[in-house]
Design a protein around this ligand. Structure first.
Ligand code: B12
Ligand code: SF4
Length: 573
């Protein structure tokens, strides 16, 4: 362990852009957007377009006593420029498909900051022999806060500080900028104990859960602090399996009820944990969005977490309660053939979830699946890591899906979901209204359910303002007719829209038409803006230390409205 040193200047950087383009460092399918990469991508201009920061870096920065700069979404030139400012330590975070970018960044660091210590961290470090593949001084595997504290000679067990950060940047749906303050990110912990054999997150953290915030009471306190600072009570919870710790979730609910402050949460959770806590408790808890790994209809493609699951019933129960469901499925699994894969696609789209993620099976380093396929000699180890993103090619030999077969199936699956179930924007509007109507029909509501009903009403009204646009510009006649019918139902349940909502409805039509034209003429690529944040060290503990030199909110909205300009400029350098 080196001696305590807070005088070190540290640069922590995500990999450089542009993202989602075919170039020497990446592929056009490897998009830096959660929804557009793997969820709503088949919906074309109607897709959800959200950028998420490299959160791990901010957590490390907020929890070490040093002068730290976090550089997110830089261009290559911007990264080089930053290096020249003189850093003692340069940390690079990367995932497997961005391996070649991380290697290039380490090379550039040796040139522009030859005295700097280079540390690589993040999920990409699970790649076998990474020490030899990247010219670096240290490889930080697993949880990084503890690793960096130990590296700097600081107390690894010191209390953790949760930075106050937006969960996404430049949120836009179907060409319409999402109004209001974006939900904050909340990271209660990393890892998952379930250890499904394909899951790199679980195995990267050695099948253990490392809580950053261990109790419901502490979660409530952190949430209050962040909500007050950022001006929103909504949170995107970045935790692989949030409900796994049922006691913590229930204690959080108790705290909200005791203090009469009702936050709302977007979460990831496995089916067995949802069953254990119960869908009605989720409503009280304020779960507004739930990501469930359904994976497959077949027992061969399923996992313990889904034993005995009636996935369709669960999805509908959740949607009836106003909870937006993202169901994820894996294509080209071991048991899939050209004949039976369609059955799984039909199963996934037949769930009628608000959104469906389709991913190709990709055995990633560190997982038992990777070891199994490697032993069997089935891994395509010569395939560049840029291709290991799960949206185009398989990185192993599958007897039934040679060549471009996997890509054809995944495209077909996304298209089927869109055409059959309409846009996700339509579906989330329907879910919100369903949830509102259910609570409104109850004869008795305590303050918690009253608050939840108010939140659902607001959401239904907000999303509902896009229904005239969907009725005019939906993907097919089915979506157009459904949007008209839902609009009538909305009016019946919540009254005729006032003049402000009527203006918003007209505006939404114009924005959707405008974005659709832009996509048709210039394509749909957009790049995140570079974000530079500074963390000054221990004296700030307990307060957010992020000083992001971001473009002010108003300008951000204007920029989303003027998508062409943003795209033409690309990543800011
Ligand atoms: C947010 C996220 C994204 C964001 C990316 C945001 C960004 N700016 O990079 C979006 C949605 C865009 C995205 C896209 C993709 N992602 Co992603 N993503 C995640 C997710 C859900 C959360 C990451 C996170 O913030 N966790 C919370 C923080 C606190 O944890 P952390 O990032 O792991 O960081 C900790 C440690 O890893 C470590 N650490 C990290 N960096 C560094 C750096 C240093 C110097 C040190 C010392 C330590 C360190 O310390 C941190 C604190 O403990 C993870 C799954 C998960 N739950 O972790 C997948 C995950 C990271 N993504 C993954 C993948 C494969 C992708 C995609 C290819 C699509 C896909 N198949 O899912 C695309 C690629 C996009 C691209 N062009 O690069 C894989 C990575 C697998 C691998 N072995 O490399 C993961 C693990 C999901 C999975 N199981 O498949 N992703
Ligand atoms: S339950 Fe989800 S997060 Fe946990 S190991 Fe399985 S796939 Fe991974």
């Amino acid at each position: 362990m080196s001696k305590p040193n807070k005088s070190k200047r540290i640069l922590l950087s995500g990999v450089f852009g542009p993202f989602g383009v075919d170039d020497a460092y990446g592929r056009k399918e490897n998009i830096m957007e959660l929804f557009h990469n793997q969820v709503t991508k088949g919906q074309g201009s109607a897709s959800f377009r959200f950028f998420h920061r490299s959160f791990g870096l901010y957590f490390i920065a907020a929890n070490i006593d040093a002068d730290v700069t976090v550089l997110d979404f830089p261009s290559k030139a911007r990264f080089e420029e930053e290096l020249k400012k003189g850093y003692d330590v340069v940390g690079i975070s990367f995932i497997a498909p961005n391996f070649i970018k991380a290697r290039e960044m380490a090379r550039l660091t040796r040139i522009h900051a030859p005295d700097a210590t280079i540390i690589v961290g993040g999920h990409g470090t699970a790649i076998e022999g990474i020490e030899e593949r990247i010219d670096c001084d240290h490889v930080a595997r697993g949880e990084g806060i503890r690793w960096m504290r130990e590296f700097l000679g600081q107390d690894p067990d010191a209390p953790l500080v949760h930075p106050a950060l937006p969960s996404a940047e430049s949120e836009m749906i179907n060409g319409i900028p999402v109004p209001g303050v974006c939900a904050s990110i909340l990271v209660p912990g990393v890892g998952c104990v379930n250890g499904c054999k394909f899951c790199s997150t679980s195995h990267f953290f050695e099948r253990a859960y490392t809580p950053f915030i261990a109790t419901g009471k502490a979660l409530f306190e952190v949430a209050c602090k962040i909500a007050d600072e950022r001006g929103t009570d909504a949170f995107f919870v970045m935790d692989e399996n949030f409900l796994k710790d049922k006691a913590r979730a229930l204690e959080l609910l108790d705290e909200m009820e005791r203090h009469q402050r009702f936050f709302s949460f977007h979460i990831f959770s496995s089916a067995e944990t949802i069953a254990a806590i119960g869908v009605d408790t989720l409503v009280r808890l304020g779960i507004t969005f739930l990501w469930i790994g359904v994976e497959s209809s077949s027992p061969q493609g399923n996992f313990e977490k889904n034993a005995g699951l009636d996935a369709r019933k669960l999805v509908q129960q959740l949607r009836d309660r106003g909870i937006i469901v993202l169901a994820s499925g894996i294509l080209c699994q071991e048991h899939h053939t050209e004949e039976n894969i369609q059955k799984d696609i039909d199963f996934m789209t037949g769930l009628e979830a608000d959104m469906v993620q389709f991913m190709l099976l990709i055995p990633l380093p560190v997982t038992p699946l990777y070891r199994e396929y490697k032993l069997a000699g089935r891994l395509l180890l010569d395939m560049p890591f840029e291709e290991w993103h799960g949206q185009k090619l398989l990185n192993f030999t599958h007897p039934h899906f040679p060549g471009d077969a996997a890509e054809r199936w995944i495209k077909r699956a996304f298209r089927q979901d869109y055409e059959l179930n309409s846009s996700t924007l339509y579906r989330v509007t329907e879910t919100s209204l369903r949830g509102y109507k259910r609570l409104a029909a109850l004869t008795e509501r305590d303050t918690c359910l009253e608050a939840r009903m108010g939140q659902l009403a607001k959401r239904a009204r907000q999303y509902g303002n896009t229904l005239p646009a969907l009725a005019r510009l939906g993907v097919n006649d089915r979506e157009k007719a459904r949007a008209r019918a839902l609009d009538l139902e909305l009016t019946e349940a919540m009254g005729t829209p006032g003049w402000v909502d009527r203006i918003k409805r007209k505006g939404a039509i114009a924005l959707v038409a405008r974005w659709r034209l832009r996509v048709r003429l210039f394509g749909d690529s957009i790049q995140p803006k570079t974000i530079v944040s500074h963390f000054a060290g221990k004296q700030d503990v307990g307060k957010s230390k992020v000083r992001s030199f971001e473009i002010p909110q108003l300008l951000k909205v204007l920029e989303s409205l003027h998508g062409i300009r943003v795209a033409a400029r690309g990543t800011l350098g």
